[in-house]
Design a protein around this ligand. Structure first.
Ligand SMILES: [Zn+2]
Length: 137
């Protein structure tokens, strides 16, 4: 269990994303007008401005685009984690997500740019919504 911050809901743009996390789905949007991929969740397409978006479930597989290792964080939400990796992950469906990498012993040595990862949903002591993180695939 972890103690990461929880979303403040109801919130129109992100409710479906967090409901998906509770259901074990990583959700993103596509535009019905231009077929663009939209992430983070919002009410309009970032390519053409259309409000006709469809929510989809990602397969949760992606590649580490880049990362950084936080060696110490005094925030109560992160203090117990020790050193941890924060990464941009490129999902196979075409969106990039800022997230945490878990399931590695030493994040300074075991996280690599280009490594394949898969999503998992980390339960939180701080509330009902699990937070999507990634581990080596
Ligand atoms: Zn569009």
């Amino acid at each position: 269990m972890s103690n990461r911050l929880q979303p403040i809901l109801p919130e129109h743009d992100t409710q479906e994303f967090w409901d998906g996390a509770k259901a074990g789905e990583l959700r993103y949007q596509t535009c019905d007008a231009c077929k663009g991929v939209v992430f983070t969740p919002r009410s309009h397409c970032t390519e053409c401005g259309s409000t006709k978006l469809t929510t989809r479930a990602s397969k949760g597989l992606g590649t580490v685009y880049t990362y950084s290792v936080v060696r110490q964080n005094r925030s109560p939400a992160f203090a117990d984690l020790g050193a941890y990796a924060v990464a941009y992950v490129d999902l196979d469906e075409g969106f990039r997500m800022l997230t945490g990498i878990v399931g590695v012993g030493d994040p300074t040595k075991e996280v690599k740019i280009g490594m394949r990862v898969q999503v998992e949903f980390e339960p939180q002591d701080s509330g009902e919504y699990p937070v999507p993180v990634f581990r080596p695939a």
